[in-house]
Design a protein. Structure first.
Length: 107
């Protein structure tokens, strides 16, 4: 199991449609804004990710490339988790119950 901790300021949490936060960086001048929006469709949920505020520097462009790759991986893993009804992604007690209760919906 992989564990990670990220810090940042929540900008907006409007369930079930939108979640926005300030992306963390060791250098506050390099922090970005991340917006996640969720749209229900007949076939499930569409997740849109928008991250902006990267500096127009070599470091900023490198971070943009790395984060774009990271979001692609994170969304692929999220889709797998939902489609296979794997339960609570944090594991532990209650794993499986969340998927049964939510029927695979992200909302």
């Amino acid at each position: 199991m992989v564990d990670a901790v990220a810090c940042g300021k929540v900008i907006e949490a409007k369930r079930p449609d939108r979640f926005a936060f300030e992306g963390w960086d060791a250098d506050p001048a390099e922090a970005t804004t991340v917006e996640l929006t969720f749209a229900s469709t007949r076939g499930g949920t569409i997740v849109h990710v928008r991250e902006y505020g990267f500096s127009d520097t070599s470091k900023g462009r490198g971070k943009l490339a790395g984060n774009a790759s990271g979001w692609g991986e994170a969304l692929t893993l999220l889709r797998f988790w939902v489609e296979h009804r794997l339960g609570d992604p944090r594991g532990g007690a209650g794993a499986g119950a969340a998927a049964e209760r939510d029927e695979g919906s992200l909302g």
